[in-house]
Design a protein around this ligand. Structure first.
Ligand code: UD1
Ligand code: UDP
Length: 369
């Protein structure tokens, strides 16, 4: 190994992590004399369409370590990641561990690293929904409290960190790495054949993604969501790539027949990244509870209705095309019908969502690691 070269371990675990580490990897590897970069996949998500497909689509190298932790309760999953990641850190002795987002793998690996005296850099720091019943909110607060470098995607993140007493010297407003991936791969996504194979090319359609426990773990709520889709499907086709958690719950609640009986609703497997970008880019409306999808629709200028009470990404409401719909599905339906009828919220692209966030992060790493 070259003397003085710094070793970086980046952690991926769940679907939204791959598109955040991808751009970092692309920039870090431009400095082979400065950094040795290794990628650790915890295996929190493991289905081919929740994991492997993203390595192909995002041109990520095969992970250097695969921990294979799989699913479980929050504590079980977090604990398993910690035990397995501890072995990796012990062996590799990195100079810095990079974690992204807010999933259980994020907080687990941050804890392991700091307890071994290794610096943690948190990418997408400072986001807050102010709803501690969300597991992600706890993951965000803990990860930020113990990170040495905090890379922030929107101004609210800086305000939140300062409010929590985190030194401004550690926090850097760099923009949004998830948007880096979008900017980089949008041209390639135009070759996707998914829209055509679903018969959606040139038509008005709505894309749906849902996986939050508040929407999909309650049988009554999930049934009401399908009622709403039934009403909506008379205005436009709906395509719903189903997250494995949601598919499992639809099955357990006996809702599959209800769902498949809705005219113009197509339930499909989770889409690959390029296919999903193409689906979103051609949609008249996106209905979601995803964090990342709120941001991507804002960048693309596609109307987005978020079926949640709060968002940790307020800029998508203040400047973007996103609207929060909360509990009331009647409101969501009326807004959806208005959008499909042509009443669109016009947004703008937030500051520093320009495809260069990873470059700004690596510039800081070159000075600070
Ligand atoms: C996780 C993250 C959430 C993120 C989401 C992105 C936490 C606490 N939650 O939620 O923040 O928005 O990923 O998609 O980290 N399953 C499979 N195959 C898989 C993965 C999951 O079948 O490859 C099923 C299992 O039944 C599992 C359930 O989905 O129990 C939930 O998976 P889990 O990773 O615990 O949480 P997500 O709901 O995916
Ligand atoms: N995504 C995808 N295929 C899908 C649904 C989403 O590739 O079928 C992408 C989406 O474009 C975004 C990321 O997955 O880049 C968001 O992940 P997810 O919604 O699972 O997690 P969250 O952002 O809510 O944590």
């Amino acid at each position: 190994m070259l003397a003085g070269r710094k070793k970086i371990l980046s952690v991926v675990g769940a679907r939204p992590n791959f598109m955040k580490v991808g751009p970092l990897h692309r920039v870090i590897r431009q400095f082979p004399e400065k950094f040795l970069h290794k990628v650790v996949h915890t295996g929190q998500h493991y289905d081919e369409r929740m994991s492997k497909i993203f390595f192909e689509d995002l041109e990520l190298p095969k992970p250097d370590f695969y921990l294979g932790v799989g699913s479980g309760s929050h504590s079980e999953q977090t604990a398993k990641v910690m035990i397995e990641f501890d072995h990796v850190v012990e062996r590799e002795r990195p100079d810095i561990v990079i974690v992204v987002g807010d999933v259980n793998s994020t907080v687990a690996c941050s804890l392991v690293a700091v307890k071994k005296g290794i610096k943690v850099a948190h990418v997408e720091a400072g986001l807050r929904s102010f709803d501690r019943s969300m597991p992600e909110e706890i993951n965000r607060i803990v990860t930020d409290a113990i990170s040495e470098l905090l890379f922030v995607s929107e101004p609210s993140g800086m305000t939140n960190l300062v409010r929590e007493g985190i030194s401004e010297k550690k926090a850097f407003f760099v923009g949004n790495v998830m948007i880096d991936s979008l900017v980089y791969f949008l041209p390639k996504s135009r070759q996707s054949g998914l829209r055509n194979s679903l018969g959606l090319d040139g038509r008005n359609y709505t894309v749906v993604t849902l996986h939050r426990p508040t929407n999909v773990d309650d049988p009554l709520r999930l049934a009401k969501i399908f009622d709403m889709f039934e009403h909506l499907s008379s205005s436009a086709s709906i395509v719903f790539p189903i997250h494995p958690r949601t598919r499992k719950q639809i099955g357990e609640f006996g809702l599959m027949r209800r769902a498949t009986a809705i005219p113009s609703l197509q339930l499909i497997d989770p889409a690959g990244y390029l296919d999903f970008l193409a689906l979103m880019a051609g949609a008249s409306l996106v209905v979601t509870d995803s964090g990342g999808v709120q941001e991507e629709t804002t960048f693309l200028g596609i109307p987005c209705l978020t079926l949640r009470q709060s968002t940790e990404r307020p800029i998508t409401i203040e400047q973007g095309t996103n609207q929060l719909c909360g509990e009331d599905l009647g409101i969501a339906l009326r807004r959806a019908q208005a959008i499909l009828g042509g009443e669109k919220k016009i947004g703008r692209i937030p500051e520093l969502w320009d495809g260069r966030a990873a470059e700004r992060i690596v510039e800081i790493l070159l000075k600070q690691v």
